[in-house]
Every structure is written in C-alpha cells, then in structure tokens.
Design a protein around this ligand. Structure first.
Ligand code: ATP
Length: 332
C-alpha cells in the first residue's frame, strides 16, 4: 500500500440535493469498497445540514444490506442554506475533523458539487462526487444515478395516460421533472411516441404544436401526447394547455403533472449497476489521492472529471435525438 493510501483511514459518505433512486446502491458500494480497503466509513445524514450538525453514523457492511433495491436514500438528504455561508462550512469542517474523517464522497447534483468546491477553497479534506439526479443533466457523464428509473416510471405512467387519450380522443399535456434540463422529457417523449416535446433548451415547440393541431390531429389523429419539461420557457403544461384550449375550444385538452412519483420507486437494474460502479470508483479515486473530481461513465468506462468543469459546463441536449423525433412525427 502506498503512503498516500495509508493517510486515508476513515471516509464520510452522504447524499445531497434531490433524492434519486439508486442512491442507496451507491452508498452501499462506497461502504463495501471502503471496508474492503480497510477504511472506516461514516454515513453523514441529511446532506450538508447533517454535516454541519455532526449527524454521523458509523457504517458496517451489514448496515448497507438490503437497501440496494430501495428508492430514496436511507441516509436522507437535505438542502442546507447554512452550508452556503462561510460560518456553516466552518462548522462542517470542525465536525468532519472531530470525527476523524479524512475524505468525503458526495452523491448529488450540480449544487452539491458546487458546495464541495466552495468547501475545498478553504479546507483540506478532499471531496469526490458521484452524480445522483434524475435529470441526467450533468456534464462529463452519460448517466446520473436515478435517471433510468425515473425515465421508466414516466414511460409507464404515460402509457397508461395514452389509453385514456386515445379512448376519448383527447390531447394530454404531460409535465415531467426538469427545471433546467429536458433530458427526461426528451427520452420519455421518444419512448412514448409523444407528438411534441417541450424542453427548456428549445424554443420553437409552440409552432410545431400548432402545426400538429392544425394538420395531423384534425385530419387523422384524434388524440395525442405532448410532453412538457417543467422548466420549459412556455410556462409549463397548464399554461400551454390553457392557450391551446382558448385557440381550439373544440379539442378536448387534459393536463397531467406527474410530480414526485418520478423520484420514487425501486431503482432499475441499470441504476443499481451504475451506482455500484461509481461507488467503487469513488473509493478508488480517494485512494489514488484524487480530490474535487466527479466519477462518471463515458461509453461504459469510468472517467474522472474535475468538479469545476462539471459545475461550470452545461451538458446541453442531444440535437440528433430531437431531429430524429421530428422525422418520426413528420408523416401525416
Ligand atoms: P438536484 O439536481 O437534485 O437539485 P443538487 O445537488 O443540484 O441536486 P441543490 O439543492 O442545488 O441540489 O444543492 C444541494 C445543496 O448543496 C444545497 O442545499 C446547499 O447546501 C449546497 N450548495 C449548493 N450550491 C452551493 C454553493 N454555491 N455554495 C455552498 N453550498 C452550496
């Protein structure tokens, strides 16, 4: 074992920001990989807030048994205003030091990584990130933990909505999560055969919707699904539906906001496997003396991306997929 490896004896692990299915599998993998490398593991409850308050629990191998298949996060999560302040981060540092924690694995989204970066400006405890968010909006990784489960949840729900839409000849506006990113709406829209997909990254969908209503809907198709990411600039499913209803009073319009059901549920096999790969990779990164990086997956391979790059760079949306969907929907 190298000198660098020997200086890390105890690591902390926590989940932060919005919960995502697969976070438990990631905590399990971090714990087991750390124990396999003779490190002690401390679970930090309730994200950065728990760190500030010293809400810590020692994790043994059996403490992470039978959690991999459960949604949510057994360590719980939180959004901490206090950690955004210098005083809050100072308190967190003292708690980590007092608990003898030499390095930390943070499982969360962009905001959680921004917090880790702020902390690293003043303090020497290294942080390694694992991307955990249902939005799949993070730069540098093909997958974020929770996305595959959320996607499948949305598809299952919309399949059911489609039964009603076609039976009654209605247009359903289905709103899915995604404040700043349309990944979930885009992939779910493709998988469900949505006619139009509204995403925050694209601003021309109102015209496409009008065209669909004027041509294809009225002439041939008497029902339809319009997928709307909650952060779309047109204002969300209710606003778009209201406008359509005013312009086309003859069309039966309905809105369905899928809401928090998208976050919950047992993680899919993909999310469990990805979470396990990333959990083990995060511990290896710590043992290699890495700091302020996120472990990600690119073309099925583990990669390390500097947190600065992850936080500052927009992942963007896959325009090839958008164009593909337009081709599918272009035929009358
Ligand atoms: P999700 O993608 O699910 O929203 P997230 O990790 O982006 O997850 P946030 O609520 O944005 O969720 O961030 C989680 C926590 O990270 C915040 O509650 C806050 O405690 C901390 N944090 C975020 N940004 C900063 C920052 N600039 N400085 C310090 N702490 C921060």
């Amino acid at each position: 074992m190298t000198e660098k490896r020997e200086k890390i004896k105890r690591i902390g692990v926590f989940t932060s920001g919005g919960d995502a299915p697969g976070m438990n599998a990631a905590v399990r993998a971090v714990t087991r990989a750390a124990l396999a490398n003779k490190l002690e593991v401390i679970g930090i409850r309730r994200g950065y807030q728990g760190m500030i308050e010293g809400d810590f629990v020692k994790l043994k191998s059996t403490d992470v048994s039978h959690i991999m298949h459960q949604g949510g996060t057994f360590l719980q999560t939180a959004r901490s205003k206090e950690f955004r302040t210098e005083e809050g981060r100072a308190k967190a540092y003292v708690q980590l030091k007092n608990a003898g924690i030499d390095a930390v694995v943070v499982i969360g989204g962009d905001g959680s990584f921004a917090g880790a970066l702020e902390f690293s400006k003043d303090y020497d405890i290294p942080f390694v990130g694992i991307p955990g968010t249902i939005d799949n909006d993070m730069f540098g990784t093909d997958y974020t933990i929770g996305y595959d489960t959320a996607l499948n949840t949305v598809v299952e729900a919309v399949d059911k909505i489609k039964d009603t839409a076609s039976s009654h000849g209605r247009i359903f506006f289905v709103e899915v999560m995604g404040r700043e990113a349309g990944q979930l709406a885009l992939k779910a829209g493709i998988a469900c055969g949505a006619e139009i997909i509204f995403m925050p990254e694209i601003h021309e969908e109102e015209k496409a919707l009008e065209k669909f209503l004027a041509n294809r809907y009225k002439q041939k198709k008497h029902s339809g699904i319009v997928m709307v990411a909650e952060g779309d600039s047109a204002g969300g499913a209710f606003k778009i539906a209201e406008k359509v209803q005013k312009q086309h009073p003859e069309i039966e319009v309905r809105v369905s906001i899928l809401g928090h059901m998208q976050r919950g549920g047992n993680p899919t096999a993909t999310d469990r496997v990805v979470a396990t790969q990333m959990g083990v990779a995060a511990v290896e990164a710590i043992l290699e003396d890495q700091k302020s990086i996120m472990v990600g997956l690119k073309n099925e391979q583990i990669v390390h991306i500097p947190l600065v790059k992850v936080v500052k760079t927009n992942r963007g949306i896959d325009h090839e997929l958008i164009d593909m969907q337009k081709v599918i929907n272009s035929v009358q």
